[in-house]
Design a protein around this ligand. Structure first.
Ligand code: HAM
Length: 417
């Protein structure tokens, strides 16, 4: 038997209903806030991700599914969506009519990480991106949306973490100071972090290895190095979050795993998922549109990890599994062909009807109706047909009524809906 690939998974009926409910809740809120759906490809040229996410990130260095296509061009299964949304925005000159665009997109992402609870090699994200708005209030809007969504989806135990990563004005000074600090504590760092000191020192700040965490307790804070503009920007975010009564933690070691971020970054973290604490993450990427060949237009956005969200939502899966409204139990061949006609007519009217396609005893059909959780059973025998009326049984109360065959679909609808 051929099994699925490690780190990949099937989402089966019985669990997919919860996913549909999550997606419905998220998309409808995003639509209410003016976001428009955009669908982007699952594969892109490798260069797009290398240039946006950054050559020295874990994602680009070791987690991407990259391979040459038949003509030798390097292509990559997307590890995230922001790069593609920005590519599309630039390629179709979506800024020409109105530079301000709000997009959302849902779909699978691929990262070859070590699989564990909450971490998969194919996982699903819902992304929201606001391109063309410089104001930090756009960041606040995104955090506000995340907090609202987690509340609508009955997720408890979440915390908002925020930080500012500065801008090309102020970050280099911090990077230099941090590099000096790290160079003096090399002996306390893991081997990956020793390499990171010269390639991507900020990443050392959020290394999960306990020794590195310990070594970082005295590390300089980027917040002490922000230029006046970044500093003012971050203050505005904090003040607005307070005004909305959204509790948050300022975490000066939150650096995120992608290099395109500037200024405010944020994560929604939960204690319910063990090591994989981030259910959503995002932030500002003011230089990305320009870096990918577009005009100098700012951007900000987030992505929610749907796999993780589905594991911590307080919504009850069973509430979204739809049982048939009615099971048509036909006894005899004539009854069966009539039942089939009615089943199709009911379906077109939005009534979920099921039947057994083999001619079986009433007892076994009742059992099947029970197993499916059907709320009603219509008992159709050749005698009943002769008499022009069939029996409708309410499976909860066990009450039975006789209903005329003429206008059967309407009769059923008025009785059961
Ligand atoms: P990210 O933090 O890399 O950001 O991913 C966002 C979310 O995707 C994470 O918080 C997590 O819930 C989920 N996720 C990431 N990797 C995995 C995995 N291996 N298995 C399961 N879930 C995972 C981004 O991708 C940015 N593009 C977000 C963004 C949008 N920033 C601005 N706009």
């Amino acid at each position: 038997m051929i099994q699925l690939i490690r780190g990949f998974k099937d989402i089966l009926p019985g669990e997919v209903e919860l996913w549909q409910q999550i997606e419905k809740t998220v998309c409808s809120l995003l639509e209410d806030f003016g976001f428009k759906e955009i669908r982007i490809p699952i594969m892109e040229r490798t260069e797009l991700f290398a240039r946006s996410i950054g050559e020295d990130t874990d994602i680009v260095e070791k987690e991407m599914y990259t391979f040459p296509d038949r003509k030798g061009e390097l292509i990559t299964l997307r590890p995230e969506a922001t790069a593609s949304v920005v590519r599309s925005y630039i390629q179709h000159k979506l800024y020409a009519k109105d530079p301000v665009r709000k997009f959302y997109t849902i779909g699978p992402m691929f990262r070859r990480e070590r699989p564990q609870k909450g971490r998969y090699r194919q996982f699903y994200q819902i992304n929201a991106e606001i391109i063309g708005v410089d104001s930090p209030l756009a960041d606040v809007e995104l955090i506000f949306l995340l907090v609202t969504l987690f509340s609508r989806l009955s997720v408890s135990d979440v915390e908002v973490h925020i930080n500012s990563l500065g801008c090309p004005e102020c970050r280099p000074k911090f990077k230099a100071t941090l590099t000096d600090f790290l160079t003096s504590s090399t002996e306390n760092l893991c081997s990956d972090c020793v390499i990171r000191i010269y390639r991507n020192p900020l990443r050392v700040l959020d290394c999960k290895v306990p020794a590195c965490r310990e070594a970082m307790t005295d590390a300089p804070s980027i917040l002490d190095y922000l230029c006046p503009v970044c500093s003012q920007d971050f203050e505005t975010v904090k003040t607005a979050l307070e005004a909305f009564k959204i509790p948050f933690t300022v975490d000066n070691q939150l650096v995120r795993g992608l290099d395109y971020y500037t200024r405010t970054t944020f994560e929604i973290q939960t204690g319910s998922l063990g090591a994989q604490s981030a259910v959503a993450g995002g932030g500002r990427y003011d230089g990305l549109v320009k870096a990918l060949g577009g005009p100098d237009i700012p951007g900000t956005g987030f992505a929610i990890g749907v796999d993780r969200l589905s594991e911590i939502t307080g919504l009850n899966n069973a509430d979204y599994i739809k049982a048939p409204d009615i099971f048509l139990a036909a006894l005899g061949e004539k009854s069966q062909s009539l039942a089939f006609k009615w089943k199709c007519a009911l379906g077109l009217e939005g009534v979920k009807a099921e039947m057994d396609f083999g001619v079986r005893s009433l007892k076994s059909q009742m059992k099947q109706a029970d197993r499916l959780g059907a709320k009603h059973v219509l008992i159709i025998g050749d005698n009943e047909i002769k008499e022009g009326a069939v029996i409708l049984r309410d499976m909860t109360t066990k009450a039975q009524v006789s209903i005329p065959i003429e206008d059967i679909v309407e009769n059923i609808k008025t009785k059961i809906l």
